[in-house]
Design a protein around this ligand. Structure first.
Ligand code: COA
Length: 325
């Protein structure tokens, strides 16, 4: 018994944060942002939390798969911006959907989160424990961004993507690879709860900048340029395939320069690599499922195709998978 992805869905909040709007907030300009990142605009959630975005993406994925919420056995939400520590984002989505037969939990692996969730779903299904799993990548990163920090606020946006993974006689997850380098985690960081801030602690309450994303951009760039291809090579090796057997590469949308590095490294034609970073920026765990849902919507996906997914970022983490549709 294997597993197969049977449905994709995405939801992007309607409000657009353009480069020119950012010019009003920090000392930056459209030309710099486009040249260094490829990003022109991102979406910002207003009045909607991570679970609300995720539930909308989930409904679309369920419709695409022809499944009802009651058929779900498990919901896994990959997110670094849950609305609460408890209930989890997955539990909030379960309640919103009325998926009364599902177990639910969150998974924290930042920009590699969706591929970690896919591997987890595939493993549960192969073990025989669950048959129908909803996986989500959903973020409201705007809540942990310091909009006075020009080195981070230009990159990130909000959004959600979802996929339905089902038990199948045909094997749809050909290989996966998960990796982490926690010792380098400090180069991309966002604090969850303040440390030592209770009546017994030593610190005074701190400002937003203490829990906002902080990043050593150059180091994250170097990590991504070296680890993304390693992860891709490993997923291909485990699947017994080469890059020539792949119809689409769907990379995490972190920076167009990283994606261009991947294109050069594998001598790929640009139309084999899906990109939407110009419109949505970096939505962390949500970028890959948002790409997949857009590709489905635009008729780019067909039965029999093989896709190579690669995520990399906070943790630091990297993860890859070869899937067959
Ligand atoms: N607008 C204008 N100038 C800016 C700027 C902005 N938004 N942000 C930084 N700068 C300035 C810097 O202050 C620096 O000026 P200086 O030379 O006078 O000191 C100059 O631009 C170059 O900065 P640097 O940080 O070296 O640029 P870079 O080429 O490394 O690009 C990032 C910065 C953040 C775009 C790049 O490092 C990156 O994309 N890193 C990976 C980030 C990422 O993917 N994170 C998520 C991982 S999932």
């Amino acid at each position: 018994m294997g597993s197969k992805i049977t449905g994709f869905g995405a939801y992007l909040p309607p409000e657009t944060l353009t480069n020119s709007r950012l010019e009003g907030l920090v000392n930056t300009n459209d030309e710099w942002i486009v040249q260094r990142t490829g990003i022109r605009e991102r979406r910002i959630a207003r009045g909607e939390g991570t679970a609300a975005l995720a539930a909308k993406a989930a409904r679309r994925a369920l419709a695409d798969a022809g499944r009802s919420p009651g058929e779900l056995d498990l919901i896994i939400a990959a997110t670094v911006t849950p609305d609460c520590f408890t209930p989890s984002a997955a539990c909030l989505v379960q309640a919103e959907l009325g998926a009364v037969n599902a177990a639910a939990f969150d998974l924290s692996a930042a920009c590699s989160g969706f591929v970690y969730a896919l591997d987890t779903a595939d493993s549960f299904i192969r073990s025989g424990k669950f048959r129908t799993v909803l996986i989500l990548g959903a973020e409201t990163l705007s809540r942990i961004i310091d909009y006075t920090d020009r080195s981070t606020c230009i990159l990130f946006g909000d959004g959600a993507g979802a996929a339905v993974v089902e038990a199948s006689e045909e094997n749809g997850v050909l290989s996966t690879y998960l990796w982490a380098d926690g010792a380098s985690g400090h180069v991309l960081r966002a604090q969850a709860l303040p440390q030592d801030e209770n009546p017994f602690g030593t610190r005074a309450p701190r400002e937003i900048s203490d829990r906002a994303v902080s990043m050593a951009g150059g180091e994250v760039l170097r990590f991504s340029l070296s680890e993304a291809p390693k992860a891709m090579d490993e997923a291909l090796r485990r699947a017994g395939l080469t890059i020539a057997d792949i119809d689409w590469v769907v990379p995490h949308q972190a920076n167009k320069r990283i994606i261009s590095g991947i294109i050069r490294r594998y001598h790929l034609p640009e139309d084999k690599v899906y990109m939407n970073i110009d419109r949505f920026g970096n939505t962390s765990s949500a970028t890959i499922p948002i790409c997949l849902a857009e590709m489905r919507e635009h008729g780019l996906l067909a039965s029999g195709q093989r896709l190579l997914l690669v995520g990399f970022g906070g943790g630091l983490t990297a993860a890859s998978a070869v899937i067959a549709l």
